[in-house]
Design a protein. Sequence first.
Length: 631
Amino acid sequence: MRERMDEGISALIRKLQRDQMGNGSWQYRFTESGMMTDANMLILIRTLELDKPDIVGRLTDRILNRQLADGSWNVYPDETDGNLSATVECYFGLLHAGVHPDEPYMLRAKNAIVRRGGIRRVDSLITKFMLAIIGQIKWTRFFPVPLALIMLPPSSPINFFQFSGYARVHMAPMLLLADSQRTFQVPEIPVIQEFQPSMIDSSLDDSLWDPYFRSGMLEQLKQWAEIWKSAPAAFKERAVRTAERYMLDRIESDGTLYSYASSTMLMIYALQAIGYERSHPVIQQALQGLNAFLRPDSGGLHLQTTTSTVWDTALISHALSQAGVSPLHSSIQNAGRYLLSRQHAKLGDWQLQVQDPEPGGWGFSDINTINPDVDDTTAALRAIEPLRSSSWQAAEAAERGLQWLLSMQNDDGGWAAFERNNNHPLMKWIPLEGAEAAATDPSSADLTGRTLEYLGRTVGLTGKHPFVRRAVSYLYRTQRQDGSWYGRWGVCYIYGTWAALTGLSAVREPLDHPQIRKGREWLLSIQRPDGGFGESCGSDRIMRYSPLHYSTLVQTAWALDALVSVFDSAHEAADRAANFLLSHLLTDGIITAYPTGAGLPGHIYSRYESYPLVWPLLALSHYRNKFSSES
């Protein structure tokens, strides 16, 4: 076992060091398991009349290569009966790519949409906006949120900044588009009558909103919608310019809005709706930024929703350190210099609920400068730790990063992703699929556990510190009845349980604590006969653990790392999990390709190309470091 483990760890180290870029970063692919960005990019290219035949052809290839036998598309491999929103996106994306509607695969896709009830049944707000933009549904009433929302003061019971930062950068262009009701319909693509319900004017209307308006929960929003209709032109113009300014102030150096492909595409449409020409530098720079997100995938081309460069670099550098690579090795030194250059130095929207805010966090993508997040910050802090003793820059950066991290703790004791105390209860009442997940940024077990793991393992803090104790209490309070924890940003209960258990053990919570034992027993109960672990993205929809019928490399690594953290000596279950990893390292197939990153429950899941490398390396290194003599 020890010999196999040494060989496996060495092979992973060699692979990762070979893949490091000249600037010290790692630039692995970050691919969405669905087709949303690809389909929308095809539509954008056609509606803007761009000459991109190679990009169109290769985006089309990826979409066609992933069509299911019944004509539909899904957003994760084991999703049953396909996914209506994804199928609608792909169908119209292909039409805009110039594919003839009578092609057999297009007829199968059309039948799949009709069988599932047509566009009336679409539950994704982004998909509905795409349909309205291209003239397939009417703007009227399906999104009855007035542009005036952006003008509501902070004292209002509901206002723009109560939505999460992720929601806001999409809502600003959405509000402008819905207000202008501008369409970008291609004349050659008519309204598809077979997709329309019998009464199109009431198909995607505000009927879902009516009970909420009548009950008074969103009464003020309805009042503002009515006032907006008769508002003076000057007030309306001011709202338009406020939304415009909100977007322009959040454009990154590569031209993208907040470094997201989806918000950038909406921004391009919105700016045209308020008078920007297609040749405007802002639109042209945004298109260049989108082009930089394109990467080969699945026999075609994929538009990444963003890049994961900072995240991958931080995780990999830390894993190499844990595997025994010297702090003086060039791979650690170069990664550290890259990460130090990406620490944020200016304020962003995260400052809104922070007393005396000071920048110091890290973001997810290579060019992110204003939208730091807790997970990337703790990952970067782990990675630069080996440099602290030899570099004053690293020591100073670590101090600023730690202070930023502590300033972001929520009042409930946990940590969220991007902003502090952004979990307004009214947001949960918005009758849109996935609204709570997209519109709020609450504390989560995975982020809180990962933060505690950093504070305990790297900084040396324990539950004796009051803010650590509050975070520990948050985790104990949010544990599920079966012993698991839900993870918001990974799939899903394995991810959350791994983060919680490693965090609790790092701050020296007793391993015989009843809730730690319960979490450990839950993990043991779901281990598969082959020693591995596997969980479906479907857990996100039913909100309980849903097993896969096979193990995945990434989820097995998370489970192994959790087991290592909660046992004082080598355990048979950990041995079996380690054996599974060692038997499948550096292999291809579904066990490495299954998406284990979560973006929006039921809609967006991602595959990190780095994950089958970095997480097994970290878990096996922790196993070897703790149980080397026994193994």
